[in-house]
Design a protein around this ligand. Structure first.
Ligand SMILES: Cc1cc2nc3c(=O)[nH]c(=O)nc-3n(C[C@H](O)[C@H](O)[C@H](O)COP(=O)(O)OP(=O)(O)OC[C@H]3O[C@@H](n4cnc5c(N)ncnc54)[C@H](O)[C@@H]3O)c2cc1C
Length: 292
């Protein structure tokens, strides 16, 4: 799977911050454009997000090229309606020869890989035979498996990305769309770290809308686990949320290590500690699935 941010609103963070501030100000765009400082950009982005005042985030857009995912994943992706999509067409771009690269789920890799491979090979054989027999591409593709690879170009604005991440970074989301979501988050954070600082699964969004203490994924990674909500919308209780977030990132072992270390040596406190540093060093690459 390849997920790449190919284009975005370059000054998106400033635009979102100015839009957020303009709704509370009598002054116009030119004034705010000239006077807004870096600190203010951060403040006005945060103000919008923690109050659920989402419309300013619609002014910054992101285009991704997502390649080599299955149709299972792309079907889930396109259920997100506030976005634009252009997908590789199996009518015009036949998935044949080296372009037939169906996705094998990790759960099948150990004991059922051969079975999956056989199913994929059989499907391909029949698909190819139908094409050879003169069946048009648009009909021969009916026998292709759900796991067949596809490429898709996606454009979402920051508001929709927050909604997408809320649903798809959650450990309850299916593994492949979850991987796509973690990679998309990694991409947008590289260019707009302030705008996506508070992005995360629904537990993080809900916590930040209802508590004075803003949570971020970085907090969780640094062992700052101060969630204040009683439970997340999926029913996970407060104490289980950090573990849930880390396992969604494929870092369940890291959580376990920090937890055991703290129990063994005593809780070293809220911020970065010897336990966290040691565990990160030893487990950060453990069973990671997505990029964090
Ligand atoms: C874990 C998980 C399991 C799922 N399982 C299933 C399943 O079994 N079957 C299934 O069919 N789907 C399933 N879905 C898909 C789900 O029902 C949504 O279609 C998908 O997550 C898109 O979410 P969305 O509507 O919030 O996003 P978008 O379509 O991008 O919409 C964004 C927001 O815009 C608003 N909005 C958009 N369109 C409308 C509208 N027509 N009316 C009112 N408000 C609107 C809503 O506030 C919405 O949250 C699942 C999703 C998840 C995360």
């Amino acid at each position: 799977m390849k997920v790449e941010l190919v284009s975005y609103t370059k000054d998106g963070e400033k635009i979102v911050a100015i839009a957020s501030k303009m709704s509370r100000s009598r002054k116009g765009w030119d004034y705010h454009e000239k006077t807004m400082t870096d600190e203010e950009i951060e403040v006005w982005i945060r103000e919008a997000i923690i109050h659920g005042y989402w419309s300013p985030l619609e002014h910054s857009s992101y285009t991704f090229s997502i390649e080599g995912i299955s149709r299972v994943a792309s079907h889930q992706l396109v259920r997100h309606r506030i976005a634009s999509y252009t997908q590789m067409s199996h009518r015009f771009a036949k998935p044949v020869d080296e372009y037939y690269q169906p996705v094998t789920p990790p759960s099948a890799e150990k004991r059922n890989e051969e079975l999956v491979k056989k199913a994929y090979d059989d499907a391909y054989k029949y698909y190819y035979e139908l094409l050879q027999n003169g069946v048009p591409e648009e009909d021969a593709r009916y026998v292709l498996p759900n796991g067949v690879n596809t490429n898709i170009v996606v454009t979402m604005n920051a508001r929709e990305l927050y909604n997408f991440f809320a649903l798809r970074l959650c450990s309850r989301a299916q593994w492949e769309i979850r991987q796509v979501a973690w990679k998309m988050l990694e991409e947008v954070k590289k260019v707009h770290p302030r705008l996506f600082k508070y992005a995360g699964a629904n537990c993080i969004i809900l916590n930040n809308l209802t508590s004075d203490r803003s949570m971020t994924i970085e907090n969780v990674l640094n062992g700052i686990w101060g969630f204040e909500i009683t439970r997340c919308p999926e029913g996970v209780y407060r104490d289980g949320i950090p573990k849930c977030i880390l396992s969604s990132m494929g870092l369940a072992e890291l959580w376990q290590c920090i937890h055991d270390c703290k129990v063994h040596f005593g809780d070293p406190g809220d911020d970065d500690s010897g336990c966290i540093a040691w565990c990160k060093k030893n487990y950060a690459n453990g069973s990671r699935q997505g990029g964090a």
